[in-house]
Write a new protein. Sequence first.
Length: 247
Amino acid sequence: MDEIQRLRELAERSYNNGQYTFTDFMSLAELAVYYENESELKYAHPELFGGCELSERKMIRFGSEEELGYVQEFPVTALNIRPLANKFADDLNHRDFLGALMNLGIKREMLGDIFIKDKEACVFCRDNIAQFIVDNLTRVKHTSVKTVIADNIDEITAPDMDDKIIQVSSQRIDAVIARVYNLSRQEALDLFPAGLVYLNGRSCSENAKQLSVSDVISVRGKGKFEYTEELGLSKKGKLNCRVRIYR
């Protein structure tokens, strides 16, 4: 079943049966399909959530309290994975944590974003597999770990970011991306037809799109940054602006 047909069926089930329905966690590419067809699905009151404000992988819930008369929260649990002995732990990265989880037989769509800080990770997952992960995830790479239900995700999900001042000819998204990642104009342009650029979580094919302060840009294979502040023109008429790059 293709992505849009699956979304249509969930929307129809929610609307016709008077119940909430949920997708699994969806990637940016899968969410792009939803955004392309968002107006068609609005009758079922879709809402998106991935565990925290910065989540890129998200679930869609169809149904609303106003229509259904009750509330059903998103079936998302946050887990904290931390080394038993921090000083002996490997330098663990996103791939290490994801690989350990998938080695338990867990499908990717059951897992949301993984946030890493100081060798610890916060991973969002579907409620129905949370206890299984707690009971079975004891090692990541060569490091023994303890997995618990997270009681405070704010610190570990807060991003580490680096400020960078750049000069661009305009607020065009392709120009800003080129400066942030030190690309040629053509290299930046090639990202758009390849479907590698996302603006505020939505696929962006318009390379001349004008950015606004607080826009968040993701470039697959490059990283993610926020267009933070415009600082005025240089003597040569270039726009000085500040971006914050996610580490």
